[in-house]
Write a new protein. Structure first.
Length: 66
């Protein structure tokens, strides 16, 4: 995942239109999960991923309408 929450391929290139949030974004604890810590990362990255996905969809819609 990059800084805009866009999921990257195994080759490191972004996958167009695919955004990630929550534990898929990479956790801080891995083996030592502290209960409830995923809630804030899910909210934070979910908001960021949602905003970027919406921007992507709007840009794609604007370009296909032209």
């Amino acid at each position: 995942m990059d800084t805009s929450s866009q999921v990257q391929s195994i080759y490191g290139s972004p996958i167009e239109g695919l955004y990630g949030a929550g534990e898929i974004a990479g956790g801080l604890f891995f083996h030592n999960y502290a209960s409830g810590t995923g809630l804030m990362s899910g909210a934070t990255f979910g908001r960021q991923a949602g905003r970027n996905a919406a921007d992507f969809a709007c840009a794609r819609g604007a370009s296909s309408a032209a």
